[in-house]
Design a binder for this molecule. Sequence first.
Ligand code: YOG
Length: 134
Amino acid sequence: MPADFNGTWNLVSNDNFEGYMVALGIDFATRKIAKMLKPQKVIKQEGDSFYIHTTSTFRDYTLQFKIGEEFEEDNKGLDNRKCKSLVTWENDKLVCVQTGEKKNRGWTHWLEGDDLHLELRCENQVCRQVFRRA
Ligand code: YOG
């Protein structure tokens, strides 16, 4: 049985989001707004199919994928760079590799107790986010 990420999750901590956004080339004004946000994630997981909706008062982002199937990701409203993304299980961690212009881009989700963790990577920057069940 893989980990169960189903649910609604609220951001409670966000370490080095600034460094991650700089690595993605997000402009100063957008970063100032983005770092104030407390995004919520709604995750729907059914077998190998995932739907992850990240919402905020500023912008929303929706991602749908199947484990082990590479897909084109447009990052619309984020850095708007297209990449090829592949999500796989590594034990109970959900690992996404985002291949494109930016080196070492990707993210990892895992559960710790009742918290949802997300590590966001781009180039030499790592952002660590923690979400709690809403
Ligand atoms: O999550 O890809 O759960 O997609 C990363 C923001 C901020 C917009 C958020 C909007 C990167 C301005 C998505 C924040 C910074 C700043 C709420 C992270 C880019 C632009 C949408 C992500 C995965 C894993 C699913």
